[in-house]
Ligand binder design. Sequence first.
Ligand SMILES: [Zn+2]
Ligand SMILES: [Zn+2]
Ligand SMILES: [Zn+2]
Ligand SMILES: [Zn+2]
Length: 306
Amino acid sequence: MKKTYLLTVLVLVFALALSACGCKHETWIDADCITPKTCTECGATEGEALGHAWTDATCDAPKTCETCGETEGEALGHAWTDATCETAKTCETCGLTDGEALGHDWQDATTELPKTCATCGATEGEKITTDPRFATAATAEVQGKWVCEAPMSAAELGLEGFEGDLTMQIIMDLGNDGTFGISFGIADEEAFNSAMTDYLVKSLYAEFEAQGMSKEEADEAMKLAYGMDVQGYAAAAMSGMSFGEIMGMADIKLVYYVEGDEIFLGTDWNAELEPTKYVLEGDTLTLSEDITGTSADSTVFTRMTE
Ligand SMILES: [Zn+2]
Ligand SMILES: [Zn+2]
Ligand SMILES: [Zn+2]
Ligand SMILES: [Zn+2]
């Protein structure tokens, strides 16, 4: 009996020594998600671990503990819907976008349909109202810009003695609304402008010479009158002038419609519209009439690519 008592005491003392060990638990490590508050000296613990504070997985982050940053599983990934005319590629879950909206693929209004998006069918405005003789469908093939390069002689353009390329460009613009435009240009506008300046200098000196004046006297006279010598005057006169402006060729505005193999042209719908036969072969449009002012039998146009 006495022996058992002693053993019990010894066990108690031993247990006390183990647990108390004289440690006063003076420094604690705070509890975290997985470990309770713990004594730095003896490792004794108090209370419970806090447990993770999970936030749900999102498109680009897995399920994550707000406290310690631990993750579980994978991010969901975005649930993309394709871009449309008006909306960029968008995640249905989080609303994130990638890139831009495609934009509408607008087709011009016709006499049959308003301006219409070829992709989504959206429309804008009204269909074209014009003279009933003009129908978009009948003119669809010939619509657009056409160019004819017509080599002109200096004499034809009233520029005797001009040295330079005079390949004139006649541009027809067959509209989708019954308008028919004709404008004039030159293949190399810059080269033409420079040659035209030289031509003007030559012509001016020739005129002064006819009055018995030397080049030096001509320059002096021009300086007195305009503050520039002949060269300066010519350059200023030609500066920024287009071929059409220099030649006094204004743009022409007509109306048209197509019937069979004829284009009917006139100054306006009330005027008498004159037919001109045409042949369309691929990107070549041949008018049976010469509209270049040269002596050709017909005029061949090629489609302009912009
Ligand atoms: Zn301790
Ligand atoms: Zn945590
Ligand atoms: Zn998303
Ligand atoms: Zn669209």
